[in-house]
Design a protein around this ligand. Structure first.
Ligand SMILES: [Zn+2]
Length: 113
């Protein structure tokens, strides 16, 4: 059976500060974009229903929306946010193969499996 990758993107608005960083040590905000990809074999023509994948991703990032990310992640770089989201999605049992967290159109961190 052929394996296929599907992906969705969700966003959230949040504040963070990077402890010890000259510029980013001050609390500031971003409209974060989070993209995830899941790989699997097709069942009824789908790897996973886009609607279900978006719902699950929204549930994971909901705690960050309009909050201070430092309350959940000590050093909330895009890299660490991506790792956090990756682990949460794995816990649910999804075969996640990519997580990308972008804090701007020109800055992102990505995990690839
Ligand atoms: Zn920032």
């Amino acid at each position: 059976m052929m394996k296929v990758v599907v992906g969705v993107t969700e966003s959230f608005s949040a504040a963070h500060s990077i402890p010890g960083h000259k510029k980013c040590g001050k609390i500031h905000g971003h409209n974060f974009l989070v993209s995830v990809e899941v790989e699997g074999e097709l069942k009824n023509g789908m790897v996973i229903d886009f609607f279900d994948l978006k719902k699950v991703l929204r549930e994971v990032i909901e705690k960050f929306d309009h909050s201070l990310i430092n309350e959940v992640i000590d050093v909330p770089t895009s890299e660490n946010i991506a790792i956090y989201i990756f682990k949460e999605l794995k816990k649910i049992g999804l075969n996640v193969v990519r997580v990308r967290v972008a804090e701007n159109a020109d800055k992102w961190a990505e995990i690839r499996v």
